[in-house]
Design a protein around this ligand. Structure first.
Ligand SMILES: Nc1nc2c(ncn2[C@@H]2O[C@H](COP(=O)(O)OP(=O)(O)OP(=O)(O)O)[C@@H](O)[C@H]2O)c(=O)[nH]1
Ligand SMILES: Nc1ncnc2c1ncn2[C@@H]1O[C@H](COP(=O)(O)OP(=O)(O)OP(=O)(O)O)[C@@H](O)[C@H]1O
Length: 714
């Protein structure tokens, strides 16, 4: 079966499963059986603190939810409904494109969403969509341990290896030289090569079966480099480390990323966790890949810092962190980091409960919103549902139990078919007809936010229709109301009465089979662009946009667009992207017209604030500075009293900027800079200095020491 992989960054709903008629296709093939739809909540959303029992919300819910869902269960489309179904991201999307309408006035569609990222019929000869077996680990029952071989000789190496990725706190702070001491082999001597190569070959072969990009020369080369770099390293789950690299790269491939990104995905941990250097990657794979791997490494470090400092709990700082991540790194590096995190979240069961909580918290507050901003709904949904499970297991269980019968993919599929036929009969052409069921976490948030019971949520099942013009919106609405009975009071005409943010669409809720509510949204392509990309962008709608500066908004749109562009245009199978009837990003990459909402160019203008990580007394904060601020500005904010500072002569006493002693106070701060105000001084003999610096900070007084020409303050 040819699978049209589509993740609609702009155009379509989350975890969109796109198909030509009669095909239901899965995006993340290894995930498709548990794909889910997006949900709300970000660090800043009102529903963020999700706590408390659901019993009151559920009152009356179970009766209706079980009684009302009399249609074929979605599990029949996917897989057997078994215990671990509860742990999956219970949501998915479907999309039909009217290929049947080929000819005359109908647009031929091989893909669902004209501006979807992936469109690409990625030849996934892996398990058929909707019937993909699930990872054994999702039920959380498997508790792996650090398996490092009988001798345990490589403990240190392994610890170091996994440290930066999953924060096992097993000595990941050791330096590279410590690491060398613990190694009893060199990377080149082919330790265990004979034993491991068959395994690696098998892993590669399986990856190639799942996605053809793994047959690319550069990808194969990267695979073997990753194998060499991570040889002997195991994950806490007990899996070889290489598997994590492959799964990360596979997630990227599944959203249509090109070979540069997939290669960087395979190598994403090599700089942190092996001896592979930037230069080595540069020589072997070029600057594009090397920069990406370096970008991911920086994001990993910042994420670790944030995790250790519980930044996710501080809403304002978490928000700054989102922005910083997008602004400081190539958006594709964020994409790789997200894929890395998604796979780590899927294998979180292997960590201690405390670590699980910490990762889940950070993921929910930092990474899921990032996925949302980048428009990768399918990842956002999976991340959120996994976090939900770990952070609120009781509520997750209750919701899963209650809703597992409610998610009815078959109903959505048949509703699409029905509507498609009826539109055809009426001669109404359309661009996209897609459906999704709402994710578990999104339903949960909506129930809490609006104080609703589950049977009061009318958009658990939803369809979206994108037509050519306004007139067709109303014609299509009549068709919808002719097919199904309308729920009184639920019709909203945001075309005649747009929302304040410019959002336009027709919304109606109808009853399928008289029992299951189905929300139908109808809009034109222009309206849809606005809803996904413009001021009414869905992520802003979900986050509540009032607090964002235009700088942040533009930057997010830029990042989103870059990611989309890269995924779309690099997807080799997608020749139809340029077809004239596609909904396209507003301007041609890489230039924007002046009034384009995505006209922000990272690093090309200095008109926005910079966010800097400041570490002081082992505490981290994410601070905002006006454009063109300098180290001196930062120091004057940090220290009481004087705003003029000079630099201590002794390097080890200076503040550090990105791990280097500050040498120029006029140095301009950049997005993502890390400034340590009280650098760690390992030498015990320097403790006196340290105390004095501390006093200086405390009192804002000048620091001096006999013989040393150092002075803080004027
Ligand atoms: N992109 C975007 N989507 C929106 C916006 N407003 C509403 N929507 C979509 O429209 C759906 C329903 O919105 P409304 O019909 O206004 O419903 P509501 O009154 O907010 O609440 P419910 O009927 O309970 O969903 C939402 O679930 C979104 O999918 C917006 O500003 N931007
Ligand atoms: N009726 C629909 N048909 C298809 N896709 C939809 C529909 N409604 C929302 N979506 C898409 O589904 C994704 C997930 O949205 P989600 O269900 O979390 O929130 P929402 O329904 O848009 O908003 P809210 O939770 O406030 O009602 C978004 O990409 C959204 O655009």
């Amino acid at each position: 079966m040819v699978v049209a992989t589509t993740i609609a960054l702009y155009a379509s709903p989350p975890s969109s499963v796109c198909s030509t008629p009669h095909q239901i296709n899965a995006c993340d093939l290894d995930l498709s059986s548990r794909s889910s739809s997006a949900s709300p909540s970000t660090s800043s959303s009102p529903q963020k603190p999700i706590v408390g029992g659901l019993s009151s919300l559920f009152s009356g819910a179970s009766v209706k939810s079980s009684a009302s869902i009399g249609v074929e269960e979605f599990s029949s489309l996917r897989h057997d409904r078994s215990e671990d179904l509860k742990d999956l991201s219970l949501s998915s999307s479907f999309c039909y494109s009217p290929a049947k309408f080929v000819g005359s006035s109908y647009h031929r569609r091989d893909h669902q969403s004209p501006i979807s990222v992936l469109h690409g019929p990625v030849s996934c000869s892996c398990s058929p969509p909707m019937r993909v077996s699930r990872d054994r680990n999702l039920d959380g029952s498997f508790h792996g341990s650090l398996r490092v071989g009988a001798s345990g000789l490589f403990n240190g190496f392994v610890r170091k290896a996994v440290g930066s990725c999953v924060d096992y706190e097993l000595g990941s702070s050791s330096s590279d030289s410590d690491l060398v001491d613990e190694l009893t082999f060199t990377m080149e001597d082919g330790f265990g090569a004979d034993a491991r190569q068959p395994y690696a070959r098998d892993l590669l072969r399986r990856a190639q079966l799942r996605h053809k990009i793994f047959k690319d020369e550069s990808v194969i080369k990267a695979f073997y480099e990753a194998e060499k770099a991570h040889r002997g390293q195991m994950r806490a789950s007990g899996d070889p480390y290489l598997q994590h690299c492959v799964e990360t790269a596979m997630l990227l491939a599944n959203i249509g990323a090109n070979s540069t990104v997939v290669v960087a995905g395979l190598l994403h941990d090599t700089m942190d966790d092996s001896f592979m250097s930037y230069d080595y990657i540069l020589r072997n794979f070029g600057a594009g890949v090397a920069d990406l791997v370096e970008g991911v490494s920086k994001l990993s470090q910042l994420s670790k810092l944030a995790r250790e400092n519980n930044t996710a709990c501080k809403t304002v700082e978490a928000d700054r962190l989102h922005t910083m991540f997008l602004a400081m790194a190539d958006a594709r590096a964020v994409l790789i980091k997200l894929a890395d995190r998604l796979h780590n979240m899927k294998t979180l069961y292997a960590l201690s409960p405390v670590k699980q909580q910490r990762f889940a918290k950070e993921t929910l507050e930092i990474f899921a919103p990032l996925a949302n901003r980048l428009g990768i709904s399918t990842w956002k949904v999976q991340l959120e549902n996994l976090c939900f499970k770990h952070l609120y297991p009781q509520q997750h269980n209750e919701m899963s139990t209650m809703l597992e019968d409610s998610f009815d993919e078959a109903m959505i599929t048949s509703a699409i078919e029905k509507l498609e036929q009826a539109l055809k009969k009426e001669g109404i052409s359309y661009h996209v007809l897609c459906g999704r069921h709402k994710s578990l976490y999104s339903i949960y948030c909506k129930m809490l936010k609006k104080k609703l019971t589950v049977d009061e949520i009318h958009d658990i099942h939803g369809l979206r229709l994108i037509v050519n013009n306004e007139g067709d919106c109303y014609k299509a609405l009549r068709v919808v109301h002719g097919l199904w009975s309308e729920v009184p009071g639920k019709l909203k005409d945001y075309i005649t009465h747009p929302k304040f943010n410019g959002y336009q669409s027709l919304h109606t809720v109808v009853m399928d089979n008289g029992t299951v509510p189905l929300e139908v949204q109808i809009r034109t392509q222009e309206m849809h662009l606005q809803a996904e990309f413009g001021f009414a962008a869905h992520w802003r709608y979900k986050e509540g946009d009032c607090k964002y500066s235009s700088f942040v908004l533009q930057m997010v749109e830029w990042a989103r667009w870059v990611v989309t562009w890269h995924c779309e245009t690099m997807s080799k199978d997608r020749s139809s992207i340029s077809s004239s009837d596609s909904i396209k990003p507003p301007c041609k990459f890489p230039s924007h017209s002046g009034d384009c909402p995505a006209s922000y160019k990272p690093n090309s203008s200095q008109d926005g604030p910079v966010y800097v990580i400041v570490i002081e007394n082992d505490k981290m904060s994410v601070q905002e500075f006006p454009e063109s601020s300098t180290v001196s500005d930062l120091l004057s904010r940090a220290g009481p009293g004087s705003s003029r500072w000079s630099i201590p002569a002794k390097e080890e006493l200076r503040p550090r900027l990105n791990q280097r002693p500050v040498s120029d106070l006029k140095w301009k701060l950049k997005m993502g800079d890390v400034v340590e105000l009280t650098p760690p001084i390992p030498d015990e003999s320097l403790s006196e200095y340290r105390e004095e610096i501390q006093r200086m900070y405390d009192r804002g007084l000048a620091f001096s020491r006999p013989g040393a020409v150092v002075g803080w303050g004027s």
